[in-house]
Design a protein around this ligand. Structure first.
Ligand code: NAG
Length: 574
C-alpha cells in the first residue's frame, strides 16, 4: 500500500540520521493489507470476518494495482490538480469561505527604492489585470527609524501597517479608503512575479480558507460557524525550512507547528526528513509548512490586527536590545507560532471538558493576543518560493505532456502530477488584449513538478549557486513577456467604468464580486503611499521613476526598459 509514486531520491542515504519533523496532527494511518499489523488483526477474527476482510483486501489491491495511484488511497490527504488539498477517497466538495457582497482588492507592495525588481513585479501584475498597485515605504531608510538595529525589510511591517492605519481610518482619501472586509494582498516585490490573473488569486484565497476552516472544524469536532473559537481569514505563503533560526533571534517554535496537509509522499519516501549530509539538498524533502513573508493576503481589518501585533513584537525585541534584526519573516513567523500554540492549548482545554475560553473580562484579551486567523498556503498555489526547491519547477506548457512526463521522470516522479491545465484555471479567461489565440495550456507558466502547483506568483528566493540570476534569465520565459508593452499600454488607458476583477460563487445563487479601488478610474499609474507627511497621501509614480535603478545614468548601455521589454523600443510612459 505504501506505493510511493516518487522513487527514493538519489541522495546519499543515511537512514534514520535525518531529523524527522513530526506532525502535530496525526492522520489516521491504516496499515496496508500486506502489513504485519493487518495480518495480526485478521488472525484474531472469526472465520466470517476473515472472508469479509479478504474481500476488502482484494478490492484494495485491485484498486492499487490498477496503477491509478493516490487518488484511490483513502488514507492519505491529496493535492488535486489545482494544488488544493483534500482528504479522503472522494474529492471534497468545493470549499470556499466566500460570502455574498462587493469587496475591493488592493495590492500593496513594500518597496523602498526603484529598480528592476519592483518594475517586474508591478508590470507583471498590471499585464494580468490586477488593480493599480500601491507602493509603501518608497524612499524610506531603515536607519531613520531603527539606527543600526534593523534591516530594510523590517519596513515591510511598518509600511503596510501605516497604510492600513490610514486607509481604514474614516478620514482617508476618497477612492482609496478601505472597508474592514476589503481584501489586501501584500506581496514583497523584491523577487516576485505574477503569472495568473486576479480571479485565480481570489478564488484560491477563498478556497484555501474554506478548506482550512473545514480542517479546523474537524479538529473542533462538531463546532462550526460562530461557535468556532478559531478560523482562517489570512493566508501567508509557505516554505520548506523553518527560518530564521533561533540563533538569529526569533523563536519560531518549529516543532509546535501544524503538519502539512499535503500528500505524505510529496518528495517520495524521504518526505519530511532532513538530509544534513547534503547541504545543498538539506531541506529539500520537507513539505512546506513554515511561514514565508513574501505574500500575505487577508481582509484589511484582520491584516491590520495581525500586522499591529507583529509591530508590537518588533518594538519589544528592539526595546529589549535584541541585536540587529535582519528579517521581518522571523517576527511574522513567531506570531504565527504563538497562535498555533494557543490553538493547541485551547483544543486541549476543550478535550478536557474545560470551557474553551475563560469567561468574563479576561476572554477578550486572550483572544486579542494570540488568535489572528492566520494560516499558510501549504499547496503553494498562491506563491511558490523556489528556495530549497531549486529544481522542483520550471516554465513549461501545461499541454506539453511529453515534456512534463520526461521532466517528472528525471525527478524520479513516476506518475506526473502536472496533468494539464488545473481545473480552477480551465474556465478563466485569458487576460484581455492577449494576442495569438492562446489558452492556459499553451502559455508558458511556472509549475512545480512535485506539488503539481501552478502558482499565482513565483517567488525567486532561491539564491544558491547564483540562482538569483533567474530574475533576469527567466524573465523572457513568462507568458506575458512578448506582449508586455502592449498589455501595459492597454491596461493604462482611460476607462469609463470599473469592471469587476472577479465574480465568485458564494453559496446558493449568490455572488461575491471583487472590484478595484475607485481611484483606479482616474489614476493610471502605480501609487506611492506616504505616511510621514502632515497629511498622508497617495501620489502617482511614473514608470521611469519606479523602474530606473539608482545610478542608472543616461549614458549606460542597457537601460531599465531594455531589460524589462527587450524590444529596442525605448522607454515606457503614460
Ligand atoms: C494555443 O491553443 C489554441 C487553442 O487550442 C490554438 O488555437 C492556438 O493556435 C495555440 N497557440 C499556440 C501558439 O500554440
Amino acid at each position: 500500500m505504501a506505493a510511493d509514486d516518487v522513487e527514493m531520491l538519489p541522495y546519499p542515504s543515511k537512514a534514520g540520521k535525518g531529523q524527522q519533523h513530526g506532525p502535530r496532527y496525526r492522520l489516521p494511518v491504516i496499515s496496508g493489507p500486506g502489513g504485519r499489523q493487518a495480518a495480526a488483526w485478521i488472525v484474531r477474527l472469526p472465520a466470517i470476518r476473515i472472508i469479509l476482510a479478504a474481500i476488502v483486501v482484494i478490492l484494495l489491491t485491485g484498486t492499487l494495482s490498477s496503477g491509478i495511484g493516490y487518488e484511490h488511497d483513502f488514507t492519505r490527504p491529496i493535492i488535486d490538480d489545482n494544488g488544493m488539498i483534500s482528504f479522503g477517497h472522494q474529492p471534497e466538495p468545493f470549499e470556499t469561505d466566500a460570502t455574498p457582497g462587493d469587496r475591493r482588492l488592493v495590492l500593496v507592495l513594500p518597496a523602498d527604492k526603484p529598480g528592476l525588481s519592483v518594475c517586474k513585479a508591478v508590470t507583471s501584475a498590471l499585464a494580468l489585470g490586477y488593480p493599480m498597485p500601491v507602493l509603501v515605504n518608497w524612499g524610506a531608510d531603515p536607519r531613520d527609524r531603527w539606527g543600526n538595529k534593523g534591516g530594510s525589510n523590517l519596513l515591510k511591517i511598518t509600511g503596510v501597517l501605516e497604510y492600513l492605519d490610514e486607509m481604514l481610518g474614516g478620514e482617508s482619501l476618497d477612492g482609496h479608503r478601505l472597508r474592514p472586509e476589503d481584501l489586501v494582498a501584500m506581496v514583497d516585490p523584491s523577487d516576485a512575479w505574477f503569472q495568473l490573473p486576479p480571479e485565480v488569486l481570489l478564488a484560491r484565497y477563498h478556497e484555501g480558507n474554506g478548506k482550512a476552516n473545514k480542517r479546523l472544524e474537524k479538529e473542533w469536532a462538531g463546532r462550526s460557524g460562530e461557535e468556532m473559537p478559531v478560523k482562517q481569514t489570512i493566508i501567508a505563503s509557505a516554505q520548506k525550512r523553518c527560518w530564521p533560526t533561533q540563533d538569529m533571534g526569533p523563536d519560531l517554535h518549529c516543532d509546535k507547528l501544524p503538519a502539512s496537509p499535503a500528500r505524505k509522499d510529496l518528495y517520495g519516501s524521504k518526505t519530511d526528513i532532513e538530509q544534513p549530509e547534503d547541504e545543498s539538498r538539506r531541506f529539500h524533502d520537507l513539505r512546506p509548512r513554515f511561514l514565508n513573508s513574501g505574500l500575505i493576503i487577508g481582509p484589511a481589518a484582520d491584516l491590520h490586527r495581525f500586522f499591529r501585533r507583529v509591530k508590537e513584537k518588533l518594538d519589544r525585541k528592539l526595546g529589549e536590545g535584541e541585536r540587529f534584526i535582519q528579517t521581518d519573516q522571523g517576527i511574522f513567523a513567531e506570531v504565527f507560532a504563538e497562535q498555533e500554540i494557543y490553538r493547541q492549548w485551547l483544543l486541549e482545554q476543550q478535550k478536557e471538558g474545560k470551557p474553551a475560553f475563560p469567561t468574563g473580562e479576561g476572554s477578550d484579551m486572550l483572544d486579542d493576543n494570540f488568535e489572528f486567523h492566520v494560516g499558510l498556503d501549504y499547496g503553494q498555489v498562491l506563491s511558490a518560493p523556489t528556495n530549497h526547491a531549486e529544481t522542483d519547477g520550471d516554465f513549461l506548457l501545461l499541454d506539453d505532456k511529453a515534456h512534463i512526463k520526461g521532466r517528472s521522470k528525471d525527478l524520479k516522479i513516476k506518475k506526473p502530477r502536472l496533468t494539464g491545465v488545473p481545473p480552477d484555471l480551465k474556465d478563466v479567461r485569458v487576460p484581455t488584449g492577449v494576442t495569438g489565440s492562446l489558452h492556459w495550456g499553451n502559455m508558458s507558466l511556472y509549475a512545480d513538478f512535485f506539488s503539481g502547483s501552478v502558482p499565482v506568483t513565483l517567488h525567486h528566493d532561491a539564491y544558491r549557486d547564483g540562482l538569483k540570476a533567474r530574475v533576469t534569465e527567466w524573465w523572457d520565459r513568462a507568458w506575458f513577456f512578448p506582449q508586455l508593452r502592449e498589455l501595459l499600454s492597454l491596461r493604462l488607458k482611460d476607462v469609463q467604468d470599473l469592471s469587476p476583477l472577479a465574480t465568485l460563487p458564494a453559496g446558493n445563487e449568490d455572488k461575491l464580486v471583487y472590484w478595484p479601488l475607485t481611484a483606479d478610474l482616474t489614476g493610471h499609474r502605480p501609487r506611492v503611499f506616504k505616511a510621514d507627511l502632515d497629511s498622508p497621501g497617495l501620489g502617482e509614480i511614473s514608470f521611469e521613476d519606479m523602474c530606473r535603478p539608482r545610478g542608472e545614468t543616461p549614458d549606460v548601455k542597457t537601460h531599465w526598459y531594455d531589460e524589462v521589454f527587450r524590444d529596442g523600443k525605448g522607454t515606457f510612459s503614460v
